[in-house]
Write a protein that binds this ligand. Structure first.
Ligand code: SAM
Length: 481
């Protein structure tokens, strides 16, 4: 392929200045077929192990080919056109897997979020890395996933919902505003920075045109300011992972060294245990397409020195005891009624341990007071249960949100309220298309009321049964066409 001249000049200069870095085969790598991968969710039900699941995703599957730097990450065969790998696969809709370029799986693995931590993904859309961070939290702690671009934040929201993450807040903000509102608040921050995108050239030809128009010089100040904002947001002893998908040294190693010079309290965390990547002498990491199995990527893991003191109590961190309005109380009651209809006693008790909250008229479950985010543009807070409304005859009704189905596991749903459709059952595709489907006595489900429909054992969406008919409640915007 024809590469931008500016890029070739910059790269030649890089290899000349780093004779220890093998350059042979670098330019040729842009003519090779890009690698494809999937990350399998570790919180969703897997039919019978990863091999079986990969067979459902990749028609040419022969043997599991794991991505060495990501738990649950696998390479797919080169047949990229097949629809089973992406949006037409019911398991994708159920959030069981996320198609992701293998190199893009590195940063979240490096940050390694732990249950209970408060984690910020500063540049999160469309959300592959945020979903992984949320999975690692296992429902404990908080994921704040931010995206500055409103249109892109919609894709982020959809992906977070599909992955079933319960404890997340989605923001549409400038990093400086987050820094002003939440100084010293986060344990860990991921900055998957906007960059000149050189590592994307072989996958996305439009990346070359964008590079020629903007290039590294326009993005470097943006990256610097995002790092500065992250420094303000991070508590003492906290960690930052900074990553890009470019080879440009100014955006990568030099960005990190200049940040550390200005902030001597930071050290680089080494990762000798991560195999299959290129470890730089300064402790940062790269993925080179001619040396490693992935597109170009850079990743640095920093820790901020200092006492791991207790987080300052910010307003809203401790839940305020605001009196509820009657309509809010009614909304909570209806949400509880709906949850008790579909969940086992144990499941109901487990889920409703998380406090209810109201946001923009809807009922959500979230363990933080939304006052914490006051003044910031919040797209979503916690797990969306649904909306209560008054009918024209004055009756209050509850419209459950499909995102609740995606956050459940089969074992907490009442057996008669779960309709698992086999992956080769034609009703599954019809459900995803929004059609009404029929149940038979063999399905062993209730004859009236709400049901959770599954793609195999993985909850996918909601329906309402009346006799043998299942009214389709899969959201219009999510349906297959
Ligand atoms: N982490 C994402 C994922 O895994 O799907 C990909 C992030 S992408 C490399 C970089 C993101 O940074 C884009 O979504 C872009 O809209 C956002 N961005 C652009 N300018 C920004 C800025 N000034 N501050 C914060 N984010 C910005």
């Amino acid at each position: 392929m024809k590469l931008p001249e500016k890029f070739i000049a910059e790269t030649d200069a890089f290899f000349a200045a780093h004779p220890e870095m093998p350059s042979e085969g670098f330019y040729e790598s842009f003519d090779k077929v890009p690698l494809h991968g999937v990350r399998l969710s570790r919180t969703k039900t897997v039919p019978s192990g990863h091999e079986d699941l990969l067979r459902h995703i990749d028609p040419a599957f022969e043997k599991a080919d794991p991505v060495l730097w990501c738990d649950g990450g696998y390479y797919l065969s080169e047949d990229t056109d097949d629809t089973r790998k992406t949006g037409r696969n019911p398991l994708y809709h159920a959030g069981v897997f996320y198609p992701q370029e293998p190199s893009a799986m590195l940063p979240a693995q490096v940050l390694s979020a732990k249950p209970g931590e408060i984690v910020l993904d500063m540049c999160a859309a469309p959300g592959g890395k945020a979903c992984r961070l949320g999975e690692d939290l296992s429902g404990e702690g908080l994921l704040v996933a931010n995206e500055i671009n409103y249109e892109r934040s919609k894709a982020l929201l959809r992906n977070i919902e599909r992955s079933g993450i319960t404890n997340s807040v989605i923001l549409n903000e400038n990093p400086d505003n987050i820094a002003k509102r939440l100084p010293g608040f986060f344990d860990k921050i991921l900055i998957d920075a906007p960059c000149s995108g050189e590592g994307m050239f072989r996958r996305d030809r439009s990346a070359c045109a964008s590079y020629e128009k903007y290039g590294p010089s326009s993005i470097v100040p943006v990256q610097k300011s995002i790092l500065e904002a992250a420094d303000i947001c991070l508590r003492a002893g906290g960690e930052i992972v900074y990553s890009t998908c470019t080879f440009c040294e100014e955006e990568d190693e030099l960005m990190i060294s200049s940040f550390m010079k200005a902030h001597p309290s930071y050290r680089i965390i080494l990762h000798p245990e991560i195999k299959g990547i290129t470890h730089n002498p300064d402790g940062t990491m790269r993925i080179w397409p001619h040396l490693n199995r992935g597109d170009g990527h850079f990743c640095a893991h920093l820790v901020k020195d200092g006492e791991n003191t207790e987080r300052k109590p910010l307003p809203g961190f401790v839940r305020s005891k605001k009196p509820l309005k009657a309509s809010e109380r009614r909304g909570f009651e209806l949400a509880r009624e709906f949850l008790s209809e579909i969940l086992t006693d144990e499941g109901f008790e487990k889920l409703t341990r998380i406090p209810f909250t109201n946001h923009a008229g809807g009922v959500f479950l979230i363990d933080f007071d939304e006052d914490l985010f006051r003044g910031l543009k919040v797209c979503k807070t916690g797990l969306y249960i649904g909306d209560s409304r008054m009918t024209s005859s004055g009756k209050s009704v509850f419209d459950p949100s499909n995102s609740i189905a995606l956050a459940l596991s089969k074992d907490i749903i009442k057996p008669e309220r779960f309709l698992p459709l086999g992956l080769d059952d034609p009703r599954l595709e019809r459900y995803l298309k929004g059609e009404t489907i029929q149940v038979t006595p063999e399905d062993n489900v209730t004859s009236k009321g709400s049901v959770v429909v599954g793609a195999g054992a993985a909850p996918l969406g909601l329906g309402k049964i009346e006799g043998t008919q299942v009214k389709n409640m899969y959201p219009k915007a999510w349906r297959l066409i």
